[in-house]
Design a protein around this ligand. Structure first.
Ligand SMILES: [Zn+2]
Length: 113
């Protein structure tokens, strides 16, 4: 709730017109997450995290080194699922480029050990 600047009566935050004096008022912007934290977002995000983790696991001493490629495929799937609302070309192509960048980072991390 807030006060009307003209008549000082209480107004709802999203009101554009004061119901008491009928003058136009500027609504208060409602601040919230643009991307709601739903299963539709968390599921591909979890797939992406698992993929990155799988790529990075080869950096752990004693761990098998062949985990980069399966990790890259998993993170590609996660990226493609996250880029929803776009066409299939953007999802798969964008996911390919994003996951390739992440694999580059993972490989340089692994090489640094
Ligand atoms: Zn008013």
């Amino acid at each position: 709730m807030r006060l009307c600047p003209f008549c000082t009566q209480t107004l709802r935050d999203d009101a554009t017109v004061c119901k008491h004096c009928t003058r136009a008022v500027v609504p208060v912007p409602v601040i919230g997450l643009t991307q709601p934290l739903t299963a539709a977002f968390l599921m591909p995000a979890a797939v992406l995290v698992i993929g990155i983790f799988t790529m990075l696991i080869s950096a752990v001493p004693g761990a098998p080194r062949g985990m980069v490629l399966p990790g890259w495929l998993i993170s590609w799937a996660g990226c493609a699922l996250l880029l929803k609302g776009s066409g299939a070309v953007v999802r798969i192509g964008g996911g390919f480029i994003l996951s390739l960048l992440m694999m580059g980072l993972a490989v340089s991390c692994n090489a640094a050990r």
